[in-house]
Design a protein around this ligand. Structure first.
Ligand SMILES: Nc1ncnc2c1ncn2[C@@H]1O[C@H](COP(=O)(O)OP(=O)(O)OP(=O)(O)O)[C@@H](O)[C@H]1O
Ligand SMILES: [Mg+2]
Length: 349
């Protein structure tokens, strides 16, 4: 990359990551049925276009921690690959810290860290520390800066006991900690995480979340996180971008999801005796009932729910009652199902 462009790229930008109408088509061979079909496809000229990413636009400011979610095949990894310079978009444009990643892969690489949870960037047969040493050379990190960073990473990701182990002997959780450290050795301003918690147990996930939260808070690292675990999103990401079939269908605060998309609250009620039907509380609908228990739906969002509960309690003898907030996961799934009801996002791009 020309020197001037590089210097300019090192300056401050309003946005860390920008995507404008990104589109990525893949051309795949038409495959017939079975093994023979797959073999024939290798020699066939019949091609079919897969629109992995149809139209994706967003801007992410420095220091943001953004969740990037969507069903399998929605186009998340393809977007990440464009932003990290691995893939060139069919059309549209992306910039990371002012650099076009797929045109300046090296310069972009200096500013970003990447973790693909499904793959490791560590040297399989060598002790973990060898990969870090190699990265120190690639990024030309001065020895003292490197030592400082390694000390910090080692302490917060508990790498000490792992440093001299060959990568192939690490457990998945240990390997992921080492991979995350490898993505950060050169102190990147932007970190791309594509399913970093996949397959990990609850405790390992929790440790990684704590580390990422801290990294984002203390270093101001901009983080874009792809995950199917909605606990990751709820605990880490103030902002959420939801992708469906290669298009953005939601981009906003994670917190706002509930108020924007959930208008019903579910109440679980246990009565002292069997209740056949409810009368006198029209805003509450019976969803199901079994024995002395009933599942009720309150249809006015939050307003008046306390009043409905107190009327319920005055009319019936209640043993126990709980009001359930729907999980972010259930909201997202209901959004996928109702994408046709979101004209604002459908019209975009
Ligand atoms: N190299 C490729 N060649 C052909 N098709 C591809 C290629 N890479 C991705 N695709 C297709 O593009 C679509 C989007 O894939 P992508 O990997 O971006 O999805 P994803 O949102 O990351 O899904 P997942 O949650 O399963 O990781 C899929 O239909 C996939 O089959
Ligand atoms: Mg993926």
């Amino acid at each position: 990359m020309p020197y001037l462009e590089y210097i300019l790229a090192m300056g401050n930008f309003e946005y860390s990551i920008e995507a404008h109408n990104l589109r990525k088509d893949f051309s795949v061979s038409e495959s017939g049925k079975g093994m023979m079909g797959a073999v024939k496809a290798l020699f066939s000229s019949k091609k079919r276009a897969v629109h992995a990413v149809e139209s994706v636009s967003f801007s992410i400011k420095p220091g943001e921690f953004v969740g990037y979610v969507g069903e399998n095949g929605a186009g998340k990894s393809t977007t990440i690959k464009i932003l990290t310079g691995i893939l060139v978009p069919t059309s549209g444009e992306a910039k990371v810290n002012g650099i076009i990643p797929y045109e300046n892969r090296r310069a972009n690489g200096m500013n970003i860290g990447v973790v693909f949870g499904q793959r490791t960037q560590l040297w399989w047969d060598l002790p973990v520390r060898e990969t870090y040493e190699m990265l120190r050379h690639i990024y030309r990190i001065p020895q003292d800066t490197y030592a400082d960073m390694m000390k910090k990473l080692s302490a917060s990701l508990d790498l000490g006991p792992l440093m001299d182990m060959p990568v192939r002997k690490l457990s998945l959780g240990q390997r992921m900690r080492c991979d995350i450290a490898a993505s950060l050795v050169h102190r990147p301003q932007v970190l791309f995480l594509d399913e970093p918690t996949i397959g990990l147990d609850v405790l390992a996930k929790e440790n990684i979340r704590t580390f990422l939260k801290e990294m984002n808070r203390t270093e101001g690292t901009t983080i874009i996180l792809t995950t199917h675990d909605m606990n990751d999103i709820e605990q880490l990401c103030k902002r959420l971008i939801i992708l469906d079939k290669g298009r953005v269908i939601y981009d906003g605060a994670t917190e706002d999801l509930k108020s924007r998309f959930v208008h019903d609250k579910i109440m679980e009620v246990e009565f002292h005796e069997r209740v056949e039907t409810l009368v006198g509380i029209p805003e509450v609908v019976v969803v199901s009932s079994s024995g002395n228990k009933m599942r009720l739906k309150f249809q006015n969002g939050n307003s008046g729910i306390a009043d409905a509960i107190s009327r319920l309690a005055s009319l019936y003898s209640i043993k126990d009652i709980s009001v359930r907030e729907p999980s972010v996961e259930s909201i997202i799934y209901s959004i996928y199902e109702k994408t046709t009801l979101l004209p604002k996002y459908k019209d975009k791009g």
